[in-house]
Design a protein around this ligand. Sequence first.
Ligand SMILES: C[S@@+](CC[C@H](N)C(=O)[O-])C[C@H]1O[C@@H](n2cnc3c(N)ncnc32)[C@H](O)[C@@H]1O
Length: 275
Amino acid sequence: MSGGGEAVEYHSKDFEWDQLRQEIETDPSLRYHLLPLHVNDDDDDDAHSNGKSSPCSKSLSGSSSSPSHDSEAWNHFHARHSTGKFFKERRYLLKEFPELLSFKEYAKVLEVGCGNGSTVLPILRGKESISVYSCDCCHEALKRAQEMIDAADLVKTKQRFHPFLCDFSISGFPKWLACDPCREGILQKKDMLLSGLYDMTMLRFEPDKKVGFREYIRPDGTRSYFFCLDTVRDLFVHAGFNELELEYCCVKSVNRQKGKSMKRVWVHGKFQKSM
Ligand SMILES: C[S@@+](CC[C@H](N)C(=O)[O-])C[C@H]1O[C@@H](n2cnc3c(N)ncnc32)[C@H](O)[C@@H]1O
């Protein structure tokens, strides 16, 4: 898996996550990543990981920003990057979730936070019988996604691509989505790829960019949260889902120009709910 483009050869286990964890948690210069917000190094016995008490056991604790402020930051981000320069089609998703290609009949997929469409496009392209319902909390992102899909000139795009505005942290999903007669197809099964704990983009954040436990803010006001397996499991099990697969996907991505190797970490999860 690369930063976004096509993976010529796909591996999802280039290194062991436990080995990475050990390296990070014993490196004093990275210690601030392990601590809860507003805890001094000296006071914090609990957060000091000795390999027995992993910081994974701490629960997801959000920072105190307002959702409208967050959407505004994403709106500015997408308005600034309107040229599609940041658009990197995520073709590896079909390799990570090959069942997307194996649906025999009509299937519906829901994407939360679709951005400029880099995930939707390969899914629509990969299988003509799939429809994607894509939400984002900002207009600009949905506009960009629509432009990308239109430019790709896919079969039956109008019937297969359904963008809608939704900030799920405020409103949850709209009723029409849950009332759709085919809702089982959308809400019954969840496959996901989330930013994972100790991904190299997390380790790049400086201490002053930390705004919550495992939550960081970029200079433009957009935020990133990095998930561990326990947090994802807790969220889904509490919402009534059964775990089918849950693991770290660890990929070495090489920037040949700079001669640098980057350790990327995602959480790969599949959950199912019986209706
Ligand atoms: C990092 S981008 C990911 C885009 C795309 N899924 C991809 O893989 O390239 C995150 C997107 O999530 C959207 N987002 C952030 N918070 C959201 C929320 N609470 N509800 C809906 N969308 C949200 C942002 O506007 C942004 O477009």
